[in-house]
Design a protein around this ligand. Structure first.
Ligand code: LLP
Length: 384
């Protein structure tokens, strides 16, 4: 809920901007910390979901590690309180320079996705007389039952090592003297709302644990990735971590000394952020009414890219309900936040909130059309 006082403060501000309710973020972090302590998981927050320094400082203060996919993310994570020894570097295409910087920064682990990548990390580590710790990202062939663009663990995915190639990969590993295998890593997709997807992943993890054990590999870390979805219909409902945590704990059979790692992104930051915008014009179309707002797909691309649903609220009108297509100002028809949305009678100047936008909102903003990047405001201090 965005309070009346907060809405009053919005009135003075130029739009569009992201508004972050830091109490929501803190409650979410606290809930996840409790779950992780209960079951002994290690959490690495997926920085890609939201890399705003204010958000990162709060998340790092809960003792979580960071899951990064570029050197710039690693650098930002270190500068916002994450310990290098708790940073993992993932991604299918790490550049040589990024690998060099990450090794020099003494990060915890590289999640490796191919033999050529392992060879490059080994060579760079050797030059520095260091050993790089790695986990193998394995493609588990599990359909995440989510949007196809954020499905990452099926046969056609570019991510991870094929199960059928594990013999070759582990044989190669034995020849790479500057790598040390510490665990296995999986990530099947994002915005996963069906728990049976995670159950299937756990079964596959158990099969692979047997595979590695039979070949005398000792794995310390079983990384189940991220992906837990949020309820976009109910932006004010806290994300429940309990079912997910219990399921993973109950279904993954750990060997002595092993720890489960998870990498939530959206589940931590999604519900704390809203994109706040103003209505520029209300325009009659041939058979509908458009509410044209000053936020566009450059500020929040998820509806345009994934046909994603975000709840839209008019914060300043209490008129009779009517239907609007809520659209942005960009010259693309996909620049639409919602069609036939029921809102109180909407007029020029009204403030509009697009909710559940804390994850993959600001982080994916662009300067297309040379638009300014959206600013951010925080509930603790309503200033930019
Ligand atoms: N771990 C890995 C290896 C990942 O690739 C991702 C996300 C995560 C963890 C975190 O996933 P999460 O818990 O946030 O679902 N832009 C898209 C989502 C892309 C997710 C990419 N990978 C969206 O707006 O829906």
């Amino acid at each position: 809920m965005i309070s009346k006082d907060t809405i009053e403060k919005f009135r003075e501000q130029p739009t569009p901007f992201y508004y972050y309710d830091l109490d929501v973020l803190r409650i979410t972090c606290e809930n996840l910390r409790k779950e992780s302590e209960k079951y002994g998981y290690k959490v690495h927050y997926a920085v890609k979901a939201n890399a705003n320094p204010v958000i990162l400082k709060i998340i790092s203060s809960y003792g979580f590690g960071a899951d990064c996919v570029s050197w710039n993310e690693i650098d930002r994570a270190i500068n916002t309180g994450f310990k290098p020894s708790e940073i993992v570097f993932a991604g299918v295409g790490k550049s040589d320079r990024e690998i060099e910087s990450a090794i020099d920064a003494n990060i915890f682990c590289f999640n490796c996705e191919s033999i050529p990548e392992m060879e490059v990390i080994d060579a760079i580590a050797a030059k520095r007389n260091k050993t790089a710790v790695i986990a193998l990202r394995i493609n588990p062939y599990i359909d995440a039952l989510t949007h196809k663009y954020i499905t990452t663990g099926i046969e056609e995915s570019k991510f991870g090592i094929n199960i059928g190639d594990l013999d070759e990969v582990t044989a190669k590993l034995a020849t790479l003297r500057n790598l040390r295998l510490i665990g296995i890593h999986f990530h099947v997709g994002s915005q996963i709302t069906r728990m049976n997807v995670f159950s299937s992943l756990c079964s596959r993890i158990n099969e692979l644990q047997d595979w590695f054990e039979a070949r005398n590999f000792k794995l310390d870390i079983i990384n189940a990735g991220g992906g837990l979805g949020i309820d976009y219909d109910h932006p004010d409902t806290p994300v429940p971590f309990d079912d997910y945590s219990k399921l993973i704990n109950d279904l993954i059979t750990l060997r002595p000394g092993q720890t489960i790692h998870i990498e939530p992104g959206r589940a931590l930051t999604g519900q704390c952020g809203s994109l706040i915008s103003r209505v520029l014009y209300v325009k009659k179309g041939a058979n509908k009414t458009f509410a044209i707002i000053d936020a566009g797909m450059t500020d929040l691309i998820r509806p345009a890219l994934y046909q994603a649903y975000h709840k839209i609220e008019n914060l300043t009108s209490s008129g009779a309900l009517e239907h609007y297509d809520v659209v942005g100002p960009i010259c693309e028809s996909s620049d639409t936040f919602g069609k036939y949305i029921e809102l109180p009678e909407t007029s020029r100047g009204d403030l509009i909130a697009i909710r559940s936008a804390g994850a993959y909102g600001e982080a994916m903003a662009s300067r297309y059309n040379l638009r300014d990047l959206p600013r951010s405001f925080f509930s603790d201090k309503l200033e930019p």
